[in-house]
Design a protein around this ligand. Sequence first.
Ligand SMILES: Cc1cc2nc3c(=O)[nH]c(=O)nc-3n(C[C@H](O)[C@H](O)[C@H](O)COP(=O)(O)OP(=O)(O)OC[C@H]3O[C@@H](n4cnc5c(N)ncnc54)[C@H](O)[C@@H]3O)c2cc1C
Length: 375
Amino acid sequence: MSRSYDIIIIGGGIGGSAAALRAVQYNLNVCWFYGDKQTSKASRSRWIYNIDNMVGFHAGIVKGELLKSFKSPDDDDFRKKINETHVHISGTAILNNTRERIESDYSDIIDIIDKAAVSAGREGEHFLISDGEFEARSEYVIFATGVMDKQPHVLKKQGEEIVDSTKWIYPFANRETFLYCIRCEGHLTREDSVAVIGSGKTAEQLSFMLYERYGIPVIILTNGEELDSDDDTKKLLSEYGISVHTQRITDAVGEKGGQLRKLVLADGEEVEVKFALVALGLHKVYNDLLIQLGAKLADEGLSEEIRHVKVNKKSETSVPNLFAVGDMAKRDDEIVMKQIYTAQEYAVRSVDSIDYRIRSKKRKIILEKIGDNSQ
Ligand SMILES: Cc1cc2nc3c(=O)[nH]c(=O)nc-3n(C[C@H](O)[C@H](O)[C@H](O)COP(=O)(O)OP(=O)(O)OC[C@H]3O[C@@H](n4cnc5c(N)ncnc54)[C@H](O)[C@@H]3O)c2cc1C
């Protein structure tokens, strides 16, 4: 089966959701490949436990509005309960809410496909995107399929067996005590101590940034690798009191609910920290279909699976009318900005560009028709 649309959007994270909302609000006819259970496991949006780095996105607003609406003395108990209730805004809550709004208000102009797009092709001016059965066609496509971070392996004893796996850190990652984004989560560490996990230049730089911003104790855990620092870096590590431990991590221990307490190393040393910042780089950029469509990649010299997709200021790739937004995209003129608002900003910018092109085309046809009739 095949159908034509004004615009195809691929990815059900923050970037895809922002693009889909803007597109339906512009009354565009949309096909949205939302992804499936498998792809959603790699959605960074779904890893966000609590958003507190953005103006406007805050649980306090919800509480405040409720308190304003229930002012009568009869509501005292309710107000007390609201004040005592812990509320946080997670990435999943935002995604679910956006999808519900779109389904409830715009179902006549959007098809949401709960599958992954698995192939991409071209027929003249049209892009063809397929989930293996259904094929969507459009002159305009926005990809927001994201990236996945490399996770630290922990060599943990389970019964008699030693299990070398990344699974040991998931309870902490889900509760945001293992961190992945210094810009959006770094401030959480500001009154505590933090272990930076990594052995490259990024780990060194992130540990400096944390110390310089918050003046907190910072430790680098290389997890079995060597840290090959230059002389200036060694001087700063020493000046800032940042120690480097090269032993493998053998356990991550925390409280019930995911608060980290300590990381245990192979030589038995226990590193007491409330947060760990993962600085291992990328496991994957979900760029396969864009490569199929001929889009150029950024990050020359790196292996293809971890290269971002090169975009211009409008988030358009090297292929005209093919856009990439969110964590997977990298502009020529700035460092990669992997946050909610950058994903949203580039998503809505790309829809604006597409809407403009669609309307300009229609306007031209109308003017040509008027011209023909008036002759
Ligand atoms: C632990 C953690 C906490 C964070 N906290 C914050 C924070 O507090 N504030 C902040 O600003 N930023 C935060 N970030 C960064 C933020 O999560 C990302 O910048 C943002 O989620 C990127 O959204 P995205 O749409 O580009 O990608 P993703 O959220 O990764 O979404 C990609 C989507 O594409 C789908 N997909 C993949 N392949 C296909 C396919 N072939 N077909 C269809 N769909 C596909 C997936 O199912 C997924 O839904 C955090 C990140 C992490 C990891």
